[in-house]
Design a protein around this ligand. Structure first.
Ligand code: S3P
Length: 171
């Protein structure tokens, strides 16, 4: 019954470390639908890690490729799509998601974001300074955009499966 109601993809947005990919996988398992991570799809299309796309071609080039990949993933009818933290900040990408998907903001406190992003050194935006200060700034800058998502859930509390269920309750 739940799967029958999914007439459009669920697109997860929110900051780095909010848990978009993990929650997305759990959600797809519960809803018995497919899951795809947009960052993985971008790396596959470019045959380069995201950090290298940033360093070789710049952020603007990345954002453009990101928008095209997300548009394709939405057309391919994936049930759940996790996006990179900046995707929803780009006006065109945001419009695309808001029009064709259910946008879910996984909101998360700073301490949790710092802890989770600190486990891997794969985020170019966190490399040029103190990750906590950068995340704190991005949180303030990006909150007004994330707040435009259709649904907001808290990402810091409890296991990721609980966040997945909060999304189902919110839909
Ligand atoms: C970015 C987030 C990353 C990745 C890139 C830029 C951002 O994705 O797309 O490093 O601007 O917030 P995650 O949110 O999956 O870490």
């Amino acid at each position: 019954a739940l799967t029958a109601r999914l007439d459009r993809p669920i697109v997860l947005v929110g900051l780095m470390g909010a848990g978009k990919s993990t929650v997305g996988r759990r959600l797809a398992t519960i809803l018995k639908c497919s899951f795809i991570d947009a960052d993985d799809a971008i790396e596959e299309a470019a045959r380069l890690p995201i950090a290298e796309i940033f360093s070789e071609f710049g952020e603007a080039y990345f954002r453009d490729g990101e928008r095209r990949v997300i548009a394709r993933l939405m057309e391919e009818n994936h049930g759940i799509i996790a996006t990179g933290g900046g995707a929803f900040i780009n006006a065109e990408t945001r419009a695309l998601i808001l029009e064709g998907a259910i946008a879910v903001w996984i909101d998360c406190d700073l301490a949790t974001l710092v802890e989770r992003t600190g486990r891997r050194d794969n985020r170019p935006l966190l490399r040029d300074g103190d990750p906590e200060a950068i995340l704190s700034r991005l949180m303030k800058e990006r909150a007004p955009y994330y707040a435009q998502a259709h649904i907001r859930v808290e990402g810091q509390r409890g296991p990721h499966t609980r966040t997945a269920w909060a999304i189902i309750e919110g839909i």
